[in-house]
Design a binder for this molecule. Structure first.
Ligand code: HMG
Ligand code: MG
Length: 302
């Protein structure tokens, strides 16, 4: 088995991890989290989203957070943008990359962004065009690539279709997301295979939620196919407001521990990462959801 020598981890904690928090998280804590993640060695961080504050109140401080972070030229800062209104707001803060987000399931597209898959592409197309013209990279998140909270199991053909639409409007790379964490290794591999019809392996990232405890297994399954871009949330924070019951992303600490154990470089200092996770967990009054973080914190305490 040929594993890649190195992987790139995108921490989506400040966005995916915090978007579902019921009580407002102070912008200062979000800014401090981004600082701690980059200090730990993260080179890609998904910072916030420019969506309706009525839909996702937690991300209403997008400008304050983007303007408050101490940007490091070596780090790529990405933000979610669903439409031209979001783009106009986002461009003021000069993200390095914007993320349009679609779904392989019609029902989820409606619940999450209030339009069909076809309509979402009409909304995204001018955003993608404007971003590329402004020299800003474009990623596409593909939700529900194995299962949907409303439609159940999703066929790989739906993923292939969505990936083709993303490619058609100029999206440069895509995330294969298991939004509700129901995937198992072979199903995730089929979703990645479907995506490979339109994107090469270097332009596909794995985005696995850990609801059923399969995300590390799914990460290994993706790695075995040659995927080397992965998204995760520090401390395993998160959940999607429009995917009831779905828990957080796979924890960044767990992915880093896995990679280092396999001899794969991440560029991340696990101890500093654990500190970043402990910081934000404490700020929101929760225990870290990462098994690795808990083990390391217990070891330190002992
Ligand atoms: P809509 O209601 O269809 O939009 O919402 P609209 O164009 O009809 O406008 C309605 C109102 O929203 C208007 O305000 C607009 O100005 C405002 P009003 O006149 O009523 O006061 N509006 C906006 N405000 C701020 N920013 C904007 C914006 N657009 C319109 N960009 C919309 C469409 C997409 C905006 C809405 O459905 C929305 O905000 N949805 C939230 C989606 C979201 O953030 N979901 C979570 C992130 S996705 C995710 O977590 C999955 C992922 O992690 C991968 C995975 O795990 O699957 C990425
Ligand atoms: Mg997600």
């Amino acid at each position: 088995m040929d594993y890649p020598n190195q992987v790139r981890i995108i921490d989506v904690g400040p966005r995916d991890g915090l978007q579902n928090e019921k009580s407002p998280v102070a912008s200062g804590d979000k800014i401090a989290l981004v600082g701690k993640l980059q200090a730990a060695g993260l080179r890609e961080i998904e910072v916030t989203s420019y969506v309706s504050p009525k839909w996702v109140p937690q991300m209403a401080d997008n400008h304050a957070v983007m303007q408050g972070i101490a940007r490091d030229a070596a780090v790529r800062y990405s933000v979610l943008v669903p439409n031209l209104k979001g783009w106009e707001a986002a461009v003021q803060d000069r993200p390095d990359e914007i993320v349009v987000f679609g779904a392989a399931s019609e029902a989820f597209s409606q619940k999450n962004i209030n339009c069909s898959i076809a309509e979402s592409m009409e909304r995204f197309a001018p955003v993608v065009e404007a971003a590329l013209a402004a020299g800003i990279a474009v990623r596409g998140a593909m939700s529900c690539t194995v299962g949907c909270p409303y439609e159940g199991e999703i066929a790989p053909a739906r993923v292939e279709y969505l990936a083709g639409l993303m490619r058609g409007i100029g999206v440069q790379r895509v995330d294969v997301a298991d939004t509700i964490g129901v995937g198992t290794p072979l199903k995730v591999q089929r979703a990645i295979e479907a995506t490979l019809k339109h994107y090469d392996i270097a332009h596909i990232s794995g985005h696995f939620h850990d609801t059923y405890g399969q995300a590390i297994g799914n990460t290994v399954a993706a790695l075995q196919m040659g995927v080397w871009n992965f998204q995760s949330s520090v401390a395993g924070l998160g959940g999607c407001p429009y995917a009831k019951g779905a828990t957080g992303n796979v924890a960044t600490e767990d992915v880093v521990y896995l990679m280092h154990g396999l001899g794969i470089e991440t560029g991340i200092d696990l101890n500093q990462l654990v500190d970043a996770g402990a910081f934000i967990s404490n700020a929101i009054g929760k225990k870290p959801q990462s098994r690795v973080a808990v083990a390391i914190l217990n070891k330190r305490a002992g």
